[in-house]
Ligand binder design. Structure first.
Ligand SMILES: CCCCCCCC/C=C\CCCCCCCC(=O)N[C@@H](CO)[C@H](O)/C=C/CCCCCCCCCCCCC
Ligand SMILES: [Ca+2]
Ligand SMILES: [Zn+2]
Length: 293
């Protein structure tokens, strides 16, 4: 049964939620249902109709789409340990897994605490990515303590401010700042150092950027998608969950970014990296030990 329900009346500082609340006027049927985790307490909400697929999962497609951010990087971390590569890349892979797990919990519950488990690890893992990519031409066992301190300080300040000032746009801008550093460094590497890695770097960038476009498409045209989904068969309707597509594309883009960073690093350390496709479709990095040469 579809309930006619407006958003909770308590103030929420979210632009997205305000937008949804405005589009969900009393004239239009509200498509959200009540569910196991109670009314959302997050400061943000996404276009997918709440509890429409399962009573236990608030946003079903936005939840399961996180699997791409959880499983492949988990295998990547295991392989990195097996290959005896640097711990920073194990942390990078596991950081992506942590974002996926946090995002799974957030979209499943739409509770504020779970939102933090999704959004803060985005900042932390991106900081690890920045460290890896800016230190990929340094000697083995060298550490840039200044960069480490700056990134830890940045993460600490973002966390402290965001816990007090619950403004999602602040988080988004801080995250975009970190991504911009990655984009600049990637372009530098493929322009001046390894032009043959352009394919990998620009695929990562392009896939990530397409995800960002769809993130906006989901936010801006939400009422259009919601109306269209009512007329579509459920399977086709699921394809228009553009926040889920954002998860899939940014998950893939971030994973490819780790491959690019790891390739650059292992090449520098003379490991002879190669990109292989597991089952002919999923890219992984294979390395040879430099000692065997
Ligand atoms: C050089 C290639 C770029 C690779 C970047 C890799 C960075 C990876 C770091 C962490 C992985 C995060 C993957 C995304 C997880 C999304 C989880 C999510 O949906 N969270 C939302 C809550 O569900 C959260 O509120 C969303 C925040 C969205 C922030 C978007 C900010 C804008 C990002 C700016 C992108 C600029 C792209 C420019 C590309 C040229
Ligand atoms: Ca929703
Ligand atoms: Zn999400």
């Amino acid at each position: 049964m579809h309930l006619l329900r407006l958003r909770p009346s308590r103030p929420v500082p979210s632009l997205s939620r305000t937008r949804l609340a405005v589009s969900g006027s009393a004239m239009a049927p509200a498509l959200d249902r009540p569910g196991y985790w109670g009314p959302p307490s997050s400061t943000l909400e996404w276009c997918e109709e709440n509890y429409a697929v399962s009573y236990y999962i608030a946003e079903f497609w936005n939840t399961v789409s996180n699997l791409i951010m959880i499983l492949p990087p988990l295998f990547g971390a295991i392989q990195t340990v097996k290959d005896g590569l640097e711990t920073r890349y194990v942390v990078a892979y596991l950081g992506l897994t942590a974002v996926g797990l946090g995002s799974w919990c957030f979209h499943m519950t739409l509770q504020y605490e779970m939102q933090l488990l999704d959004e803060l690890p985005m900042i932390y893992s991106c900081s690890v990515f920045v460290y890896c990519l800016y230190e990929c031409f340094k000697n083995r066992n060298s550490y840039n303590y200044l960069l480490l301190v700056l990134l830890v300080l940045f993460s600490f300040i973002v966390t402290t401010v965001y816990l007090r000032w619950k403004e999602p746009v602040f988080h988004q801008v801080m995250y975009a700042v970190l991504v911009s550093f990655l984009v600049l460094r990637s372009v530098y590497i493929v322009t001046w150092v390894h032009p043959f890695l352009r394919g990998l770097a620009y695929t990562s960038l392009g896939v990530f950027f397409l995800g960002f476009v769809l993130w906006n498409v989901d936010n801006i045209f939400c009422s259009t998608w919601r109306a269209a989904r009512q007329k579509m068969p459920p399977v086709i309707g699921a394809v228009t969950q553009f926040h889920a597509w954002w998860h899939i594309l940014t998950g893939l883009g971030s994973y490819l970014h780790i491959l690019f960073s790891l390739y650059t690093r292992t090449l520098f350390l003379k490991y002879r990296p190669k990109v292989k496709f597991v089952l002919g479709m999923w890219p992984v990095i294979m390395v040879e030990s430099p000692k065997r040469k």
